[in-house]
Ligand binder design. Structure first.
Ligand code: UDP
Length: 247
């Protein structure tokens, strides 16, 4: 059993703790929700449990498809054990339809299909409110190498193909999502989380959001939407078989 140590980082929806093994960390998923760079705050009951389970499901699905990631095993309903990667401070967003900041920035109405998918990079810096950057900014700031960025962008698009196909089976369309990557023992891993806090998931039939947009936009039934997503995903079987190591 792993010993949980000091708090390493706290974000909008998670806390990361050190463990007695320097190669591993614990992710604790909170119910607290935040939007608009902290201007809107609240609580979504049961969100931590949903995000822990959903994130686990996605990371195991990625592993089965040969995409290396930080996930190791679930500890309890709100906590998971992960590799302690050195995080690259870049947010990678993949978009299949226009929504949110993209619609505002380039004037495409919400729901416009983006084919091929759009890939965007943002500097992870709360003080600067996460500005959009391109690869040359990232190289000049020495945040990652060209080879790392090529791998990260390629991987993000593969993740899109994998999770889009998977969610389609349960009547959910992946509109967009955000990924973060880390370095671990010479490899690049998908890290952080993949959950309704970091993605837009629409019901295929009604186009109703099953994600954090219900909280951001005061659409109501926020808890129910998180539970609905969880139930649909848990109804699917094969990505959940056993935890096992990810090394
Ligand atoms: N996103 C995220 N963390 C952020 C900002 C956005 O996980 O700090 C996710 C968001 O939930 C959506 C995708 O990234 O699934 C694209 O977000 P967008 O740029 O449209 O920003 P938003 O308008 O959602 O703030």
């Amino acid at each position: 059993m792993v010993e949980v140590g000091q708090l390493l980082a706290e974000g909008k929806g998670k806390r990361i703790y050190a463990t007695d093994d320097p190669r591993k960390a614990v992710v604790y998923f909170k119910d607290e929700a935040m939007a608009f760079h902290g201007l809107k705050r609240g609580r979504i009951l049961g969100k931590g449990e949903v995000n822990n389970a959903v994130s686990r499901q996605f990371f195991q699905l990625l592993k089965k498809n040969g995409i290396e990631n930080h996930y190791l095993e679930q500890i309890d309903s709100r906590q998971s054990l992960v590799w302690r990667a050195e995080m690259i401070p870049v947010e990678v967003k993949v978009r299949n339809r226009a929504a949110g900041s993209l619609s505002r920035r380039i004037g495409l109405s919400t729901g416009t299909v983006l084919e091929p998918p759009v890939l965007e990079l943002f500097l992870k810096d709360d003080y600067l409110e996460n500005p959009m950057v391109n690869i040359s900014h990232i190289l000049a700031m020495k945040l990652a190498t060209k080879a790392e960025m090529d791998e990260i962008c390629r991987t993000a698009l593969r993740v899109n193909d994998i999770i889009t196909a998977y969610m389609k089976e349960i009547g959910v369309e992946v509109i967009d999502f955000k990924l973060e990557f880390g370095r671990f023992e010479g490899r690049i891993l998908v890290a952080d989380e993949i959950s309704p806090d970091t993605a837009r998931f629409w019901d295929v039939r009604t186009h109703e959001p099953l994600d954090i947009d219900r909280f951001r936009r005061d659409l109501g039934n926020v808890e129910q939407a998180y539970q609905e997503l969880l139930h649909r995903m848990m109804g699917m079987d094969d990505a959940t078989e056993g935890d096992g190591g990810n090394a």
